[in-house]
Design a protein around this ligand. Structure first.
Ligand SMILES: Nc1ncnc2c1ncn2[C@@H]1O[C@H](COP(=O)(O)OP(=O)(O)OP(=O)(O)O)[C@@H](O)[C@H]1O
Ligand SMILES: Nc1ncnc2c1ncn2[C@@H]1O[C@H](COP(=O)(O)OP(=O)(O)OP(=O)(O)O)[C@@H](O)[C@H]1O
Ligand SMILES: [Mg+2]
Ligand SMILES: [Mg+2]
Lengths: 223, 223
C-alpha cells in the first residue's frame, strides 16, 4: 500500500547539515499493523511524517497506492490526507479553541464514512469530558481525544506517533486494543511509531530504525 | 519539607463542577525521592502543580519549609519557585524562540548555585543539539532539554511530571539515574509524578493517587 524508495531526509541549519534518514527502503502492506521501533532521536517521527504525506523527503520517493506523493502539489497532498489518513501526532494534536467533541467533529467533516463523534469519544472513555477544552484535560486525556479524532474518520490508513506515551498501563492497553480491533475488523492499515518494545508484539511486521538505517522483520507470532 | 493539609481542588466550568482532589493529606520528606503514581486523569499533574506552587488549592493548605504557600502573593510565589524549585512539566516545557542551550541558560539566571548549562545538556546526551530550536528537536530530545533545564538550577526541590514519557527504555534509564544520583549526592528533594510502576522502585516513598484519594507507603526496598 505504501512504499519508500531510497528516502533521504537531511535538515539544513545554516552551515550545519543534520542527516536523519539515509536511504530508507520500506513497504507498508495493505491491511497490516506495522510497528516502527527506535530510540529517541532515531528519526521515527521524521519517517512517519514523510510516509504520511505531512513532510517531503530530501531525496527518494514515496508511493501511496501506486501514486508518487512527490508528484502531488500541496493542495492534492492535503486533500489526500484529509480524505484517507488518520494521524495521531506525538504532540499538539488538538485545536485549543475547540472542545473535545468539537475537535472530533471537525476531523470527520470531510470523511467519507465517519463514525459518530460522540461514540468515538466514548470508545476512549471520555464521553464525560466532551465539553472540556484541551487545557482542561489531563495529558493522557488529550492523547485519547486525538486517538478518537483519528478513529472517527474511519480512514484507510492510520498513522500513530507514540499513541500511548502519556497513558497508564490499563488505559494504554485499551487504546491499543481499539487500534488492533480496527485493523482486524475494518482492515484498516495501521502504522504505529513507538519506542516501547511491548507494543511490537501486536504487529504483523516490525521495522527497526537506527542511526544506521532500517531493518524489517515479520512477527512470527502473528499470521 | 512539604506538607499538604486537607487539599481540595475543584474545577468549575459554568454549571458543571469537576472535583479532582478531595481532601489530600501528604508529606514530602526533605532529601527523599518520592513517586506519585496514578492512572490517567487521577489528578497527578493537578496535585504536583499545587505542591510546586504553580497552582492554588480550592481548599486546604500547602506548607513548604514551614511557610504557608497560601499566605504568599503571586510575586512571592514566583520568586520562591525561581530560586528553589526545578520543574519538569508534562508538556510545553521549552521557550520556542530559544535554542536548547539558551533555554537552559535562561533557567539558571536567578539560581544561587547553578551548574554549567552546557554540562547539563551534555549529561542528557544533547551537547550536539545545543543550537537547535525546540521545533528542530525530537519529542524525547525536547523532554531531555527540559530535564537539563531543571537539573542545571541545582534546586532544593525538583518536581518532575512524567519525565520519561517520551523516552525509550535506555534513554529513560539514563534520565532516571541522573535524578537518583542528584538525590543521593546533592540531597535534592525529588518528586516524580508518573503512571509507570517500574519507576516507583526508585522511590523512598510511594504515594498512590486514585479518584478516591491518596495513600502513602514506604518503599521496603529502600533505606
Ligand atoms: N527541523 C529540524 N531541524 C534540524 N534537525 C531536526 C529537525 N527535526 C528533527 N531534527 C533532528 O532529527 C532527528 C530525528 O528526529 P525525530 O523527531 O524524527 O526523532 P524520533 O525518532 O521521533 O525521536 P523521539 O523518540 O524522541 O520522538 C533528531 O536528532 C532531531 O534533532
Ligand atoms: N482546567 C480544568 N478544568 C476542568 N477540568 C480539568 C482542568 N484541568 C484538569 N481537569 C480535569 O482534572 C482531572 C485531573 O487532571 P490531571 O491533569 O491532574 O490528571 P493526571 O493524573 O495528570 O492525568 P495524566 O496521567 O493523563 O496526565 C482530569 O479528569 C481533567 O479532565
Ligand atoms: Mg518522535
Ligand atoms: Mg498529567
Amino acid at each position: 500500500a505504501i512504499r519508500c524508495e531510497n528516502v533521504h531526509k537531511t535538515y539544513i541549519m545554516g552551515e550545519v547539515t543534520v542527516p536523519v534518514l539515509k536511504g530508507v527502503d520500506l513497504t507498508i502492506n495493505q491491511g497490516e499493523l506495522t510497528v516502527i521501533l527506535g530510540a529517541s532521536g532515531a528519526g521515527k517521527s521524521t519517517l512517519l511524517n514523510i510516509i504520511g504525506g505531512i513532510d517531503r523527503p530530501t531525496e527518494g520517493h514515496v508511493y501511496c497506492a501506486g501514486k508518487d506523493l512527490a508528484a502531488m502539489n500541496d493542495r492534492q497532498l492535503t486533500e489526500h490526507r484529509r480524505r484517507n489518513v488518520g494521524f495521531v501526532f506525538q504532540f499538539y494534536n488538538l485545536a485549543p479553541t475547540l472542545t473535545a467533541l468539537e475537535n472530533v467533529i471537525s476531523a470527520v467533516e470531510i470523511a467519507d464514512n465517519p463514525m459518530d463523534p460522540l461514540k468515538a469519544l466514548d470508545m476512549v472513555g471520555l464521553a464525560d469530558r466532551k465539553d472540556h477544552f484541551p487545557s482542561q484535560l489531563s495529558g493522557g486525556q488529550q492523547q485519547r481525544v486525538s486517538i478518537a479524532r483519528a478513529l472517527a474518520k474511519n480512514p484507510l490508513v492510520m498513522f500513530c506517533d507514540e499513541p500511548t506515551g502519556a497513558l497508564d498501563a490499563a488505559t494504554g492497553r485499551m487504546a491499543l486494543s481499539l487500534l488492533t480491533s480496527l485493523n482486524e475488523k475494518a482492515g484498516t492499515t495501521i502504522v504505529i511509531v513507538t519506542h516501547a518494545e511491548p507494543i511490537a508484539r501486536l504487529a504483523h511486521r516490525i521495522l527497526r530504525l537506527t542511526m544506521e538505517g532500517l531493518t524489517a522483520e515479520d512477527n512470527p507470532n502473528r499470521g
